[in-house]
Design a protein around this ligand. Structure first.
Ligand code: ADP
Ligand code: ASP
Ligand code: MG
Length: 439
């Protein structure tokens, strides 16, 4: 079995849906197809939620009307027969009724999650009806029945394995196209939740791992993982092959093409992940499949915003042991992961991206010494096979960044990663200069 995930840009237009149908019907093999919401819809649902939270009912109503219009036009263009168009309209009406009902009740977090789930629920229903209009053997299964997270908000693998296989064995043997929603799930309490923005990639990988799929394919609007962020840097190019580790680092450090966590489940079971372009299916894209990276030097650069850098300066650190442990314990106590660390004899700098407990962390750090905090930082992550002894690599990086104020550099922690922390205002410049300097 192959798992194919199509993102918002792929499902976002009627032409895109036609193209997906062609891709998944090239052969008759059994496939599980994971879909996102139509592009922009999750953003719209987020906006409706924000309006409702601020009690801006009138503005929320306007946004809802625009959303309804988008679906009306979409269905009009996609469906060829009145009967299928009517079936689809009825399903969209159910979701839209739910969305409108949010205007009339107190807006809670759990209603927000249900609101956010409507995008994927609608897109999968539309696509399944589209396949049926073309007389294909498809079935729609509901991700809310088998994707669940545990008390730590981590995917509950055992539950996913069992529930998904129970659902699949019940499908008729001739049904070779199984459609489901990405992103949405239930939490440990059984309430509707999601796997965070961009989470459809994660669903595909979780489901692929649960089924021990032959391959997980992520179809999007670009031909695979590029060597740098194409939204910032011109003339980036697609990387034919990556190791799981390299891809995981790039995803975690901001390569938006993949959800930060989506490589791990595939890596655990050594299932190849292929990144492909829906509008250019003949392009080879990127294959992520090896344990070890191949080649030498830097393969790709990614950047992650929203980083806070914290420096703790203390003379007590000098010649002392146990200091770092006590500092790290504070981050552990507040369940806040640290990404980059640099140290000197009398100071330590760390970065975090979860600022939920920032105030508490800072007040517990202050007794250690002087604490400095820099907000709005970005981590630039250079990934590849850095043979430490290879001359010239570090000087190339430093030379590229000579006019960019650098807050931290972490080198030597692993041979796959060099991280540089800069103020976000210098990120684009740094990415461009590194692109010119290291490739
Ligand atoms: P989808 O809706 O299919 O999930 P996303 O917008 O989440 O699509 O991801 C695809 C986008 O990721 C591309 O259009 C591209 O602009 C962006 N992107 C950022 N960094 C990279 C990178 N290193 N390689 C490829 N794409 C990247
Ligand atoms: N629709 C969700 C989002 O926009 C999930 C996804 O597209 O992966 O974040
Ligand atoms: Mg995405």
């Amino acid at each position: 079995m192959i798992v194919l995930k199509f993102g918002g840009t792929s499902v976002g237009t009627p032409q895109g849906m036609n193209q997906i149908r062609e891709i998944i019907t090239k052969d008759n093999n059994k496939k599980l197809v994971v879909l996102s919401a139509l592009s922009g819809v999750t953003n719209t649902l987020v906006e409706i939620g924000e309006r409702l939270r601020k009690k801006e009912k009138e503005q929320a109503t306007k946004v809802i009307k625009k959303l309804q219009k988008r679906y009306d036009e979409f269905l009009e263009e996609l469906f060829e027969t009145e009967s299928f168009k009517n079936k689809a309209s009825a399903i969209i009406a159910d979701s839209m009724d739910f969305i409108k009902s949010c205007l009339e009740k107190p807006f809670t977090n759990s209603i927000d999650k249900e609101l956010l789930a409507q995008g994927e629920l609608m897109s999968t229903n539309i696509f399944n009806l589209h396949l049926q209009e073309h007389e294909l053997n498809s079935a729609l299964i509901n991700a809310l029945d088998f994707v669940r997270t545990d008390a730590f908000s981590e995917p509950d693998d055992a539950f996913i394995n069992k529930e998904l296989s129970d659902i699949l064995v019940k499908q008729p043997a001739e049904t070779n196209l199984i459609i489901t929603q990405g992103y949405i799930c239930r939490n440990a309490e059984g309430n509707v939740d999601n796997l965070k923005r961009g989470g459809s990639d994660y669903t595909a990988s979780l489901v692929g791992a649960a089924l021990n799929a032959d391959e997980i394919q992520i179809w999007t609007d670009i031909d695979g993982m590029h060597n740098n962020d194409p939204r910032v840097v011109e003339k980036t190019f697609s990387i034919p092959e990556l190791s799981f580790e390299e891809a995981a680092e790039l995803a975690y450090f901001g390569a938006k093409i993949l959800h930060p966590s989506c490589i791990r489940p595939a890596q655990k079971r050594t299932i190849p992940v292929r990144l492909k372009n829906t509008m250019k299916p003949e392009a080879p894209g990127t294959l992520i499949h090896t344990k070890e990276g191949s080649g030498e030097g830097i393969k790709a650069i990614a950047a992650k915003d929203g980083i806070v850098a914290i420096k703790i300066k203390s003379l007590r650190m000098l010649m002392a042991y146990g200091f770092l442990r006590r500092v790290f314990e504070i981050f552990e106590k507040y369940k806040t992961p640290i990404d980059v660390i640099t140290t000197s004899e009398v100071a330590i700098s760390v970065t975090i991206d979860n600022i939920y407990y920032l105030d508490s962390i800072l007040s517990e750090l202050r007794p250690f010494g002087e604490v400095e905090v820099d907000q709005e930082q970005s981590i630039i992550c250079l990934v590849g096979n850095m043979v430490a002894e290879k001359p010239g690599l570090v000087s190339k990086i430093f030379a590229s960044l000579q006019d960019v104020p650098v807050r931290m550099i972490s080198y030597g922690g692993s041979r796959h990663n060099i991280s540089v922390v800069v103020d976000t205002q210098y990120k684009s410049e740094a990415l461009k200069r590194l692109n010119d300097g290291v490739f």
